[in-house]
Design a protein around this ligand. Structure first.
Ligand code: ASP
Length: 652
């Protein structure tokens, strides 16, 4: 059950080929030595000689002291003791002389913490347990100490026992005792360690802490506000160390990294937390390809050895291609079902809504092909797909069922001419029993809709047993050449940054900046893994004048708020660029966890609450006084309105 731990530690002691290849000269000796570390000493400095999970036949006859939690007891004869490393069977002594030991071990409730000392003996023949790594041995106990007794638990400490997430979060310290949480957090620590090793020891990065109390800055995500004792003055928690890391470049710390805590006061989403961790990186004198190679090497080096190795370089796709083929800037490239533009084939169509769409300037017709959709999609699935398209995109979707005899079975089938049908088969590479979903409209809208339906249908097919995405596959992808600005959703005449306002324009588009800024591509790159954005960064603007122009003229931001940065750029700022990897999301994908909360020791609930301590909590008015602030309590109707806007989510 706990054999993952030995794998984890074995991977530590194995020098990787890359380590020895990358380093040279006098530095190499100490690095090679450090990568040949022994398995860590798990029982140094503490009151045990061994961990419960490590004992084997090779320990027979040894006198050991173990500390752990009582997992099971059988017939007052056997007791199974657990620690993070595994389980071990302890024999409760039955003879009169050991009555006090027997009393302790028989009376202590489950999950009490005990210390036992005794001899490692082999189990009687036939009683070995091959399913247990320690199943060949048991401990003949001589002494026992009850270190702490356990009250009745809110749930059993066994991964297979189902419990709600809210209960898990309320008793997180108990939830952490489970095998899966132990694995997730220990693997996370291992990977971060390897990342530090790669960045600092192999590539000379400097780990620098940046402030958590900062000030409000324009652009980007909404920040948490912290009151100060100066009337009307507030700190903000940084949404990332972006400005500090750029200022470090100006300061000549030309290879910076930090395992950085970031804060964003944004609505909850399954893969978001109000506070989260980034592997934050910045380098001077670097171009996009340099950052990309660094990250590919970093992931390859820190990748768990029990997973398929990371293959580099990662493929790359432009933003325009990602949108056109996958309807999103974070394509899941583990499976096909790509969006295909079939506008040309339908130029002479008689179908009204297709004609209509094509007569508009941005009008297109697009389709995706669902493999074996006819077999796996039910009528109600098709109905809910069409309803989703109508409700969320105000778009029509036409399903076309392709029969073996090439008859098109759809409301518009009779209007689809034979050559159009054959064209669809050719362009979409359809086979019998496939279903084609077709939509018409403006390029971005049609692609976004089909991108959503592509994922939706993939989930549906997988729920019905089709294997589309290999769970062992890690499909990395760089998405590049983003637009520098997007039109604002609420006012498309105004522009906002696609990444953040410090991102440099693409050198070949810079001439558009002063006339048609919406046409400028940027030097922004995102790293996508299995359809999730796990990182993003850019080459930065290091010219104060250009930065001022973008902030003030294009983005209409208050430049005074960033005067420190603009000033710094004028004092010999080197060209620089960087990236941040979302550690929580990365770990979630690596461990296959259902949510990022499963790779964070003490996460917040879906509504941003700490269910264990009840944060955020109220503060008495007198404690607010030094901050010169007062609570303006919402009226009943405001409370009601806000609960309507945020329909009741289960707390988790
Ligand atoms: N600070 C950026 C972010 O948090 C990453 C970067 O541009 O390096 O998304």
């Amino acid at each position: 059950m706990f054999c993952w731990l030995s794998r984890l530690y074995r991977s530590l002691s194995r020098p990787t080929r890359r380590t020895t290849q990358l380093i040279g000269g006098s530095f190499s000796r100490s690095l090679v030595l450090s990568s040949q570390r022994r398995i860590p000493e798990l029982s140094s400095f503490v009151a045990r000689t061994n961990t419960c999970g490590e004992l084997r036949s090779s320990h027979l006859g040894q006198e050991v002291t173990l500390c752990g939690w009582i997992q099971y007891r059988r017939q007052n004869i056997f007791l199974v003791l657990r620690d993070f490393h595994g389980l071990v069977q302890v024999i409760i002594p039955q003879d009169e002389s050991a009555a006090s030991v027997k009393k302790i071990l028989c009376e202590a409730p489950m999950e009490s913490v005990v210390q036992v000392s005794g001899t490692v003996i082999s189990r009687p023949p036939g009683q070995e347990n091959p399913k247990m790594p320690t199943g060949e041995i048991e401990i003949k106990v001589k002494t026992a100490k009850l270190l702490n007794s356990c009250k009745k638990l809110p749930f059993e400490i066994k991964d297979f026992v189902k419990k709600t997430e809210a209960l898990r979060l309320q008793y997180r310290y108990l939830d952490l005792r489970g095998v899966q949480m132990q694995y997730n957090l220990r693997l996370r620590s291992q990977m971060v360690m390897k990342m530090r090793e790669y960045l600092c020891n192999l590539h000379g990065f400097v780990d620098i802490e940046t402030p958590t109390l900062f000030k409000r800055t324009p652009g980007g995500a909404k920040e948490f506000v912290i009151p100060s004792r100066e009337p009307g003055k507030f700190y903000s928690l940084p949404q990332s160390p972006q400005q500090f890391k750029q200022l470090l470049m100006v300061g000549g710390l030309d290879r910076y990294f930090q395992v950085a805590r970031c804060y964003r006061d944004e609505g909850s989403r399954p893969d978001r937390q109000p506070e989260f961790t980034q592997i934050d990186i910045e380098m001077s004198f670097v171009e996009q390809t340099g950052i990309q190679s660094l990250i590919e090497g970093l992931l390859q080096y820190s990748w768990p050895s029990d997973k398929d190795p990371v293959v580099v370089p990662f493929p790359s796709m432009t933003f325009a291609e990602a949108l056109a083929s996958y309807g999103t800037d974070k394509p899941d490239t583990r499976f096909g079902m790509k969006i295909v533009d079939i506008s040309d084939m339908f130029r002479n169509t008689e179908v009204g809504f297709l004609q209509d769409a094509l007569s508009k300037p941005q009008g297109t017709i697009k389709a995706i092909c669902i493999p074996e959709g006819e077999k796996y999609l039910k009528r109600k699935d098709i109905e809910s797909i069409r309803k989703f398209a109508a409700d969320h995109f105000n778009q029509e979707v036409l399903p076309i069922f392709l029969k073996t005899n090439n008859n098109w079975n759809s409301p518009v089938a009779k209007f689809i001419m034979e050559e159009q049908g054959l064209g669809l088969i050719r362009l979409l590479e359809t086979q019998e029993e496939d279903v084609v979903l077709l939509t018409a409209g403006e390029h971005k809208k049609a692609c976004s809709l089909l991108g959503k339906l592509r994922l939706e249908c993939a989930d549906l097919l997988e729920a019905r047993g089709v294997v589309l995405r290999d769970p062992a596959l890690f499909s990395f992808l760089w998405v590049v050449d983003f637009p520098l600005f997007f039109p604002k959703e609420e006012n498309p005449k105004e522009l906002e940054t696609a990444h953040h306002p410090f991102t440099a324009p693409h050198p070949s588009d810079i001439h558009h900046l002063y006339t048609e800024p919406q046409k400028v591509r940027s030097q922004h790159y995102d790293l996508v893994l299995n359809g999730s954005e796990i990182g993003g960064g850019s080459i930065r603007i290091h010219d104060a004048e250009l930065q001022h122009y973008i902030l003030a003229t294009v983005l209409k931001e208050d430049v005074k708020l960033l005067s420190h940065l603009l000033q710094a750029l004028d004092y010999g700022a080197p060209p620089h660029g960087g990236i941040a990897i979302g550690l929580d999301r990365l770990m979630c994908l690596v461990t296959g966890a259902p949510s990022i909360r499963d790779v964070i020791a003490f996460p917040k609930s879906f509504q941003g609450h700490d269910l264990m301590s009840n944060a955020p909590d109220s503060i008495p008015p007198e404690e607010l006084k030094p901050y010169h602030i007062q609570v303006s309590w919402p009226t009943d109707s405001e409370t009601e309105k806000s609960s309507l806007n945020h329909p009741c989510h289960p707390e988790s």
